[in-house]
Design a protein around this ligand. Sequence first.
Ligand code: SAM
Ligand code: SF4
Length: 346
Amino acid sequence: MLAPTSPTAGEAAAEATAGLRDRHGRTATDLRVSLTDRCNLRCTYCMPEAGLPWLPKPTLLTDDEVVRLVGIAVRDLGVKEVRFTGGEPLLRPGLVGIVEAAAALEPRPEISLTTNAIGLERLAGPLVAAGLDRVNVSLDTLRPGTFKDLAKRDRLDATLRGVEGAAEAGLAPVKINTVLMRGVNDGEAPDLLRFAVEHGYQLRFIEQMPLDAAGVWRRDEMVTAAEILEALRAEFDLTPDPAHRGSAPAETWLVDGGPAKVGVIGSVTRPFCGECDRTRLTADGQVRNCLFARGETDLRDLARSGASDAEIAERWREAMRGKLPGHGIDDPSFLQPARPMSAIGG
Ligand code: SAM
Ligand code: SF4
């Protein structure tokens, strides 16, 4: 067996200034930043109806702290895309200013938002002016009653107005994320696709993952990518999209010959961990190297203790080096992360 060799001084210096590499050959360039754990909906696959014990305000990163950490990620760690999410990011009072500051970074990252769109009709214009490039809106149903059952709030109209507002503000093509739940909205896949195609939105179905706060997700009850495709094929002709998938989690198909497309993110049954390029920052300043990570690395207290940008960058690199090769949902020893999706940032 070869004895391990120590890195040369040059190699050690290169490693210290490198991007967010892990031990499995992946480099994270896509940063998801949660701006709040709070939300004005209660989608059952995400949050209990009564809400959750929210993160105490003093533990949340301030707007300046968010901007500092995003800046370190972009300037020093090779992050190229920054997506703001939550909880519901439109509830963060400083959102427009944070987007503006992120857009002023050099090199300029791509900036996107994942939102339930409530209030987006009013905010889309200011967000675009601030530098927002793209938006993903979560929309699981077109039926008001189902929306109320699923999200525990009667807000379908507000969501639809938000989607339209985003398109009008120039965020086209708006991407729509849909999670199907058996016996709730799983019969709506073709209707949702027809709606998306008619309006020029890009629809992507996401398999439900074990990230609900109540911990009631069941592998044998979730609607699988294969079932979603079968339901769509009953009404549409789907052909594999010739465009290169790269590290994108969605497998895409041309709808009735194109140009419309539909995506399916088979996070559970067709995992794409080998191509993962993500790193995550929670609203309270913890780095997570995976949605399903059981551990976190605190950057908030490090930043508050007076650490330099270089020290914070190195702690972030260290956190990513330990990323596991896969989420292991199918492993009998799989344990759901302690935080639900809304507190991690989807
Ligand atoms: N509130 C915003 C929204 O709903 O778009 C942003 C945060 S939400 C946590 C981000 C995305 O995660 C949404 O598209 C939502 O549908 C998805 N999501 C939440 N819980 C999920 C779960 N258990 N499995 C799969 N996707 C989930
Ligand atoms: Fe809120 Fe988004 Fe979770 Fe729904 S999925 S409860 S909109 S954070």
